[in-house]
Design a protein around this ligand. Structure first.
Ligand SMILES: [Zn+2]
Ligand SMILES: [Zn+2]
Length: 297
């Protein structure tokens, strides 16, 4: 984050915003700058990627599913916009610790060991954060915590890309915590850390995009949109983020209904075809899809 902060100071804050007498390394000034930069970055990333995904990836026929809520997209966006500034407060506290030099982030790469370490650090980052997110997410489903913190994210049974960041602030922060913890425990290159920030946000959007396709060879390993949509529908399965590994270890893996032709998209298609051949059928209150009962809390 010090890269971003230095850049913002050099081109914007120092010449145009703050009085020249205010030192760049003053902690109060850094806090304000980080709050602005973090919120701006998060909103730009969310609106840009979720909008692109919504128009170019998301299958809009999912909106005909009976569990799709009225004005859902508007409600997902509204929830996100209200939560993100709150999530940014503890996040900025951690960014501040990084900027002050308490993390193990570094910025020089020596050939060839540096490059080797860089690749290993990306892989270990993915497995480390996937493991912690799994257990944090599973903990958020504990009956004493669920309704206070995680339930808002499960309002959306058939999520759109805009649901990807629609969390209670505590929920959003806790699930992002593994990302922030990693560079305090393991060395990580500063640019990789920034790149991973973009990558994890894009991935979070992608598992809510209703595109259930996963290359056949990766299906046993990757936790994609098909897995996560089933998590929104059935609650107790597929808590993972990138991989199915911890769901398999923790006994919560469920082969996605979309892979078995019983997913929400297949349901919408079968209802549409049924309606075409028999227009008198009304499926509005139907709670079954292809014989599978949707678990309603
Ligand atoms: Zn959940
Ligand atoms: Zn979700």
């Amino acid at each position: 984050m010090d890269y971003v902060l230095n850049y913002a100071d050099y081109y914007f804050f120092t010449p145009y915003v703050y009085p020249s007498t205010w030192p760049e390394d003053d902690i109060f000034r850094q806090t304000i700058s980080l709050l602005i930069v973090t919120n701006l970055g998060a909103f730009v990333l969310y609106f840009l990627c979720a909008t692109l995904s919504y128009y170019f990836v998301y299958d809009h026929s999912l909106m005909k599913h009976p569990l799709f809520l009225e004005n859902q997209v508007y409600r997902e966006i509204k929830f996100t916009v209200q939560s993100m500034p709150w999530i940014s407060i503890p996040t900025v506290a951690l960014f501040l610790l990084e900027v002050k030099g308490y993390s193990k982030l570094y910025d020089n790469i020596e050939f060839p060991h540096g490059w080797f370490h860089l690749i290993v650090s990306i892989i270990s980052f993915l497995f480390f954060t996937d493991m912690l997110i799994y257990w944090i997410h599973r903990g958020l489903h504990h009956k004493l915590i669920y309704k206070h913190v995680h339930k808002p994210h499960h309002i959306w049974k058939i999520p759109t890309p805009f649901a990807s960041h629609a969390f209670h602030p505590l929920d959003g922060f806790l699930q992002s915590l593994p990302y922030h913890i990693y560079p305090f425990i393991f060395p990580l290159h500063k640019l990789v850390y920034l790149g991973l920030y973009i990558a994890v946000n894009v991935w979070t959007i992608s598992i809510h995009d209703g595109d259930f396709r996963v290359p056949q060879i990766l299906r046993p390993f990757i936790n994609g949109s098909a897995h996560h949509t089933d998590h929104h529908l059935f609650f107790d399965y597929n808590y993972g983020q990138y991989f199915t590994l911890w769901d398999r270890i923790g006994g919560s893996f469920k082969n996605p209904s979309a892979f078995e032709g019983k997913g929400p998209l297949s349901y919408v298609k079968s209802v549409t075809e049924e309606k075409c051949s028999n227009p008198s059928n009304d499926y509005k209150n139907e709670k079954f899809h292809n014989g599978v009962l949707t678990k309603i809390e």
